[in-house]
Design a protein around this ligand. Structure first.
Ligand SMILES: Nc1nc2c(ncn2[C@@H]2O[C@H](COP(=O)(O)OP(=O)(O)OP(=O)(O)O)[C@@H](O)[C@H]2O)c(=O)[nH]1
Ligand SMILES: [Zn+2]
Length: 187
């Protein structure tokens, strides 16, 4: 994040603190604008990164086997309220072109897609789209289970409610494959 962007966030946070009736100069709040600027640089770090680049592909012989990485934790920010939504992602793909991706890179890809203002549906399809772009697998399944703080700590206040979204592509986009994906996720 640029120095100018940091200064803008700090000034905006001071304005918000003042607007809610707080004193931004009281000791407990003096460093808050700078902390919030650092936090936004971290949780929105993907906004200025148009592509996911940090990955490696490896050759494989086993073309038809499903690769499933499940229960990948993530934290993102809802773009409507700038409050966190968080949970787990399950990612599966069927290799093609005799290539696979390093497993940790799938979790890094999830982080990359999460670190921007989001809605859960777009996060879900973005993970599938990125995987399609970098690996071009025969099939993809992505499921996201999340709790939204904007639905729990304010507004409708439905504590513990879960939202589940999914994207299916290619050979995994049919009823039989979806059922098999769900079965393996629940194992
Ligand atoms: N589809 C979708 N909706 C979301 C997501 N995160 C938050 N929302 C919803 O975005 C909507 C915004 O609705 P608005 O009526 O503009 O805002 P609001 O007055 O704060 O709405 P309430 O939350 O119902 O009080 C709400 O229904 C939220 O639950 C998300 O990831 N996906
Ligand atoms: Zn929200």
């Amino acid at each position: 994040m640029t120095d100018e962007a940091t200064a803008q966030i700090e000034a905006a946070v001071r304005t918000i603190l003042t607007a809610i009736g707080e004193d931004p100069d009281r000791p407990g709040l003096q460093e808050t604008p700078a902390r919030v600027a650092r936090m936004y640089a971290e949780v929105f770090s993907s906004v200025q990164q148009p592509q996911f680049t940090n990955y490696k592909l490896f050759p494989t012989e086993s073309q038809d086997d499903l690769v499933l990485v499940k229960d990948i934790p993530f934290y993102s920010m809802c773009e409507h309220h700038l409050l966190p939504f968080f949970g787990h992602v399950h990612v599966a793909y069927v290799p093609q072109h005799k290539q696979i991706i390093g497993l940790s890179k799938i979790a890094r890809l999830v982080d990359y897609c999460a670190k921007r203002p989001n809605v859960q549906e777009r996060l879900t399809s973005a993970i599938a789209d990125e995987l399609q772009t970098i690996l071009d697998p025969a099939g993809i399944a992505v499921e996201v289970q999340a709790r939204h703080m904007c639905m729990e700590m304010r507004g409708i206040q439905k504590t513990g409610s879960q939202t589940v979204t999914a994207s299916f592509r290619g050979t995994l986009n049919n009823a039989e494959a979806k059922a098999e994906f769900q079965r393996r996720v629940q194992l």
